[in-house]
Design a protein around this ligand. Structure first.
Ligand code: PHE
Length: 340
């Protein structure tokens, strides 16, 4: 072998190192040139056969080759690692179906609240708001609740201090609204309410109500209340839903009624859901008691009005056929996805 042949091998080896496609190819080139039976050691062995006057130049060239080749291998390995990791990355399969982002949706309770607000907006009701933490005056006293009424007891109401509590109903928003505005007042108030209840299929310690209040300076009657709730029943549940009033008692309305809709399951014939009665209770309501007007500074001789309060969960359970109130709070996607 002469110097020219050596430099040709030198060039070839560098080209091979640079072209190695992956870590295995780099290793293959290393074995070919630097391995025990590789080309570079073989050339080194030939050194002693080279004529003495050419030997220094040949030896120098051989050493330069080894060094250059080692560097070329190192550089190639580093380049491969940088572009696709030590191992080649698995090929990307363009034919696989894409993964779509999961779209969210409104919670069924939010949907009911939004729909109720839309229905009442069409007959002039606006949405009012109040805090979850109320004082005793707004939640009980001004709503004409007797000082020792059992609903105020520790066992029913979540008290925070002697005066502050988690509101047990949305009715205190009636008080706040009347204290801050002159009649006519036409509001609904959706919101969270709290009671010291044990959870079961139809009860929760934290549920939602929608309060309604209409007070005007011209006569308003129980018939107006009934017509309003019948309109609401039709819009919310569909044509053919009947509404009935049963006499009841609330401290802040007189007369007071409980409101039933015809059972959406059997249409009024009687079934398991309505306990064979044909009716489902959905709200409390009544004509605002004159004493409440006195508490908020309205003249009971000059105003007339009604109030009502729905349970949001109850409406949602009826409308969507949800058998257990606890589904609303568990955030199980299999349940929530039905409302997309
Ligand atoms: N706040 C009452 C309740 O929680 C419902 C109601 C509201 C009754 C308005 C009459 C008028 O049961």
């Amino acid at each position: 072998m002469n110097i020219a042949e050596l430099s040709k091998l030198h060039e070839e080896s560098l080209a091979e190192a640079a072209a190695a496609a992956d870590a295995a190819a780099v290793e293959q080139a290393r074995v070919k040139y630097l391995g025990r039976n590789g080309l570079i050691p073989a050339v080194m062995k030939q050194l002693r056969d080279v004529p003495a006057e050419e030997r220094p130049a040949f030896g120098k060239a051989a050493n330069a080759w080894r060094q250059a080749f080692e560097e070329a291998l190192k550089a190639r390995s580093a380049a491969l690692e940088e572009t696709c990791g030590a191992e080649a990355a698995p090929a990307f399969d363009f034919t696989l179906p894409g993964r779509w982002p999961q779209g969210g949706s409104l919670h069924p309770l939010s949907k009911v609240v939004a729909e109720v607000a839309r229905i009442f907006a069409r007959i002039g009701f606006t949405v009012a708001d109040g805090p979850d933490i109320e004082n005793k005056f707004n939640n009980f006293t001004a709503l004409n609740t007797a000082p020792h009424h059992p609903s105020m007891d520790q066992s029913d109401t979540l008290w925070l201090t002697d005066d502050l509590l988690l509101r047990t109903q949305t009715s205190p928003v009636q008080i706040r609204t009347m204290m801050s505005r002159k009649p006519p007042v036409r509001i609904i108030c959706p919101g969270r309410t709290y009671r010291r209840d044990t959870m079961d299929a139809t009860h929760s310690a934290n549920f939602h109500q929608i309060e309604g209040l209409y007070v005007d300076t011209k006569p308003v009657s129980l018939a107006d209340l009934k017509a309003t709730l019948a309109y609401f029943a039709r819009e919310m549940m569909g044509e053919g839903i009947g509404v009935r009033f049963r006499p009841h008692f609330f401290p802040f309305t007189e007369p007071s009624v409980e409101v039933d809709f015809t059972c959406h399951v059997c249409g009024g014939k009687g079934c398991r859901v309505c306990k064979q009665s044909g009716w489902i209770e959905v709200a409390g309501a009544g004509m605002v008691d004159p004493r409440v007007y006195r508490f908020v500074g309205y003249d009971p001789q000059k105003v007339w009005g009604y109030a009502f309060g729905f349970g949001v969960e109850r409406i949602a359970m009826i409308k969507y056929g949800v058998p257990d109130i606890r589904h609303f709070y568990e955030n199980d996607l299999r349940f929530l996805e039905q409302f997309k």
